[in-house]
Design a binder for this molecule. Sequence first.
Ligand code: ADP
Ligand code: MG
Length: 662
Amino acid sequence: MTQALLELKEIRRSYSQGETSTEVLHGISLKIYPGELTAIIGPSGSGKSTLMNIIGCLDKPSSGSYEVGGRSTSGMTPDELASLRRDFFGFIFQRYHLLGHLNAEENVQVPAVYSGMSKEERLKRSVKLLERLGLGDRVTHNPSQLSGGQQQRVSIARALMNGGQIILADEPTGALDTKSGEEVMKILQELNAQGHTVILVTHDPRIAAHARRVITIRDGNIVSDVQNAQTGNETFLNIKKEATEIKRSAQTTSEPSFKFKAAAFFERLREAAVMALRSMASNRMRTLLTMLGIIIGIMAVVMVVALARGASDNIIANISSMGTNTISVMPGERMGDVRSNKVRTLKVSDLKALQGQPFVDSASPVVQSSVLLRRYNLENNATAYGVNSEYFRVYGMELAKGRMFSERESGDNSQVCVIDDTTAKNMFKGEDPLGKRLLLNDLPLTVIGVLTDKELAFRRPDALYVYTPYSTLMHRLASIDYLSTVIVRIAPGFSTAVAESSLIALLKARHGRKDFFVQSSDTIMKSINEATSTFTLLISAIAVISLIVGGIGVMNIMLVSVTERTREIGIRMAVGARRADIMSQFLIESVCVCITGGLMGVVMSLLAGKLITVLVPAVPLSFSGWSVAAAVLTSSMIGMIFGFMPARNASRLDPIEALARE
Ligand code: ADP
Ligand code: MG
């Protein structure tokens, strides 16, 4: 006698509902031999499906032992049970249990996705199986486009996809008309003749009559187990060979090679990604609304980073235009000190003292006053800067025409001036200003130079600026005896830090106290960087909050999606999906949702950036590849984090309960 392929000993199964527990199977002992065609028959509610689910490793007995190919299933992990379902059993259900959003050939392929078959092989095999079952012209039809009998044949093809040595059919004809039912039975008999072990559950004695062995169960007990006389043993030899093969493969858990496993793993991931994209596409509106939080969050981050970068780039460009080795000395305690205009201790004598220091290459005074410009009937308010001949060089200002006033002119109250491009345009209207007279507060000055239209640091682009010798401004234009700024260009060979401290020491000694402050391009740069990073930090905090809110939205929808697709999860588990497969399917879906949202956010912020540059050119924007990459990375992380809980819930579902869900 051959050894049993499946062996159940004293199997009991009870369901507990609240306090009470009802036993449905009362100690079933049963051996199934390779190559058998067994019918399990009994009235409705007798426990046939419960028994079948235990045989198919979808359900676990409450007590008793069950061996598949000589291996006990009691200590097996969910994944080991999944591997038995995947590789040895092929399920056929009364209600077909096809996945509605997949066509016939894709439905047939599902078990092979989990067993790691390559795409081409999968496609070839599924089409071949469907052709063999007479569905060659229906491979790309969806289940809804197929009749009941055709759907059941698709599900038979699915059961055979990974071999299906043991076919378990629970009322396979129950939902079919007599003719389709007969066809299905014929197929099962043919499969049995080819060596498949078939176990069939039915309540219909006419169907059971097709089987060689008929087991009758009633109220959870086997009441009879008979061999039908008319059946022959024509396939016995074939069967014996097959049986030993099954036993061998069930017993030797030979590890597939790492390369194969890795390839199969990526294949499954790819398949999960395809599924995810499909499910997103079939629920477009919902997906879009789910992504909205992510889109807005990512857009905010990318835009704000671009703004911050744009602004600081702009300021830094301005600062570097004035040269990097200068120190400005200003009255007051710090930048923005409101009392600084009352401090009038910075004098021309300080300037002279500074000019005598070794660390000073040149020192330039700045006196500032607002003036009224007049020329014939043209009148304009302007800012006049009293400076010396070094000033333009220190600030890197360039003359478009004419010349700068000389060293001598700066000190001897000469009535000359250099005007900027805006002043030239406003006061001379196209005439050449060189050599012409301009009235500043009624004092006539001769224009000797015109600046280029290069934009300068801390100058408003539409304002008028006139530069005169500082002595002229202090003594003739206004009566000012103090300087508003002294700009020192550090001599080569001296570091900014050394120059700065020597300068402070010198002026402190001269004034008796520190009633001034200094600003080197270094310190300006440093304070801008500090301001930008504070700003960025603040915005990042807001962005993180909005992304968390978006993530919670994604989690919510994923939980809904898991609930909606519980039956799908059950089907996938029944055909052999591991917990990790289900988990990765939902994780990938949530990551796909988030990455798509992230990319849409990036694209939209780039578009918004374009729009802003067109509408308000003054707003500087600087998008960086890094912020885009970070946005995409962040959104995929959000997908992972917020998709985890729903995905884990899905993977922990009980296959039987999941299948029963509508
Ligand atoms: P059959 O397939 O023979 O019609 P089942 O195996 O489906 O019978 O059910 C056998 C008995 O177990 C029935 O009385 C049914 O009500 C009960 N039963 C089945 N599934 C559950 C469950 N999940 N919880 C509680 N009782 C169940
Ligand atoms: Mg049933």
